[in-house]
Structures are given as structure tokens and as C-alpha cells.
Design a protein around this ligand. Structure first.
Ligand SMILES: CC(C)(COP(=O)(O)OP(=O)(O)OC[C@H]1O[C@@H](n2cnc3c(N)ncnc32)[C@H](O)[C@@H]1OP(=O)(O)O)[C@@H](O)C(=O)NCCC(=O)NCCS
Length: 191
């Protein structure tokens, strides 16, 4: 599939366009229909394939079993009806707080910078806002993943920690923890 920096890209469905991405990405965005759909037993294989292509880490059967039960916390992204991205989260109640953990959020390379990632993050932000009982949202990124770091910073995430040797089988092994704080716990007033 053509990379975003290449001169042409073919979009499936009724829209068939040959365009220079840099000059026409605004036009592509205007034409695009970006939608989120549920993860079901019918499309879980597509999610697995997508994650294999997008992430350097592989996810086990337990991950996908949990994703099938995750409801609004796992979504597949469609760009003009084509599967191009997915987001999978879980609730984390460690460290005395209630946090939403973004396990994976990714988009196929050829469909990046078209707003797909933003639609997925906004879905997560809407979810926590509606629930109203989360302290923060967090995730791990490889320290060299500058694109993802810039992307998340745009939504109010910040680097709060760097974990040495977080990843076992990929280089660099270090990860930043990106976090968006939603509310802070006020310690009980001293008597
Ligand atoms: C990070 C990722 C999800 C972004 O998805 P996307 O669909 O390209 O994001 P969007 O098009 O919604 O980008 C929104 C904004 O984020 C910022 N942004 C996104 N990618 C960026 C990059 N590579 N470099 C700098 N800024 C970037 C830009 O401000 C962008 O707005 P603009 O295109 O108008 O300048 C995508 O690059 C990806 O799938 N990466 C691989 C997986 C990954 O690393 N996931 C993060 C860990 S879970």
C-alpha cells in the first residue's frame, strides 16, 4: 500500500482518487467518511491483522478475548467503509485510582494524517467524560515514537514517566508513559 508521502493513493468504494497527499489531504478529509464500529466475532480477524501491521508488539488470545467483551472500549475505525484503524482500552484500578488505559490505538500507515486517530481519541475522551468517574487516561509509547507523542500532546496528554526496558523484544526498549489527567484526588485535610 502506498505510503502517505508517496504521490498516489487509491481509495476503495465509490471514491477513486489519485492525489498528492501533501497538497490534497484537506480535500481528502472533506470527502472522507470516518466511522467507528463495534468489535465482533465477525471482524476480530481484521482487528488482529491490523494490529499485526501497525504495532511492533504482538497481542495474545486473551487480549482479543477481552476486547470482544470491551463494548465501547474497543472500536474499529472505517475510512469510507474500509477498515483502517482500531482502538482498544481497558479500565485500570491499580495505584489507588481509576484510570483508562489505552492498550492500542493505531491507524494503517497509508491512512495517517487524515483524522482517523483523532476520531478514535475523541471517542475515548467522550467515553470518560460521559462516565465521569475516571482520574486519568494513560498509555505507553516507545520513546522514539515522536509522531504518536505529538499526536497525544495535541489532546492534552503529557509525558509523566519514562520506564527503562519496558518492552522485551523491541528496540528501543524504553517507554514513555503519556497521561491526561482528568481529576486530582484531594488528600483529606489535616485535623
Ligand atoms: C499516532 C497515530 C494513531 C495518529 O493517527 P492519525 O490518524 O495519523 O492522526 P490524525 O490524522 O488524527 O492527527 C491529528 C493530529 O495529530 C498530530 N500528528 C499526528 N501524527 C503526527 C506525526 N506523525 N507527527 C507529528 N504530528 C502528528 C498532528 O497535529 C495532526 O494534525 P494535522 O494532520 O492536521 O497536522 C498514528 O500515527 C499511528 O497509528 N501510529 C502507529 C501506532 C502508534 O504508535 N500508536 C500510539 C501508541 S498506542
Amino acid at each position: 500500500m502506498a505510503a502517505a508521502s508517496c504521490s498516489s493513493v487509491v481509495l476503495q468504494g465509490s471514491l477513486l482518487a489519485t492525489v498528492g497527499f501533501s497538497s490534497s489531504s484537506r480535500r481528502l478529509r472533506a470527502l472522507a467518511k470516518i466511522e467507528l464500529g463495534d468489535v465482533t466475532p465477525h471482524n476480530i480477524k481484521q482487528l488482529k491483522l491490523l494490529n499485526q501491521v501497525v504495532f511492533p508488539v504482538s497481542y495474545n488470545e486473551k487480549f482479543y478475548k477481552d476486547v470482544l467483551e470491551a463494548g465501547e472500549l474497543a472500536k474499529i475505525a472505517y475510512y469510507n467503509d474500509v477498515v483502517v484503524g482500531a482502538v482498544c482500552c481497558r479500565v485500570d484500578t491499580s495505584e489507588n485510582s481509576r484510570r483508562l488505559y489505552i492498550m492500542t490505538l493505531g491507524c494503517l500507515y497509508a491512512y495517517r494524517r487524515l483524522g482517523v486517530g483523532s476520531v478514535m481519541v475523541k471517542h475515548v475522551l467522550d467515553y470518560v467524560e460521559k462516565k465521569g468517574n475516571f482520574d486519568s487516561i494513560f498509555l505507553h509509547v516507545q520513546v522514539n515514537n515522536e509522531g504518536a507523542i505529538d499526536f497525544y500532546k495535541k489532546f492534552g496528554f503529557e509525558i509523566v514517566e519514562t520506564k527503562k526496558y519496558y518492552y522485551k523484544r523491541i528496540e528501543p526498549a524504553d517507554a514513555h508513559v503519556l497521561q491526561k489527567t482528568l481529576r486530582t484526588h484531594n488528600p483529606p485535610a489535616a485535623q
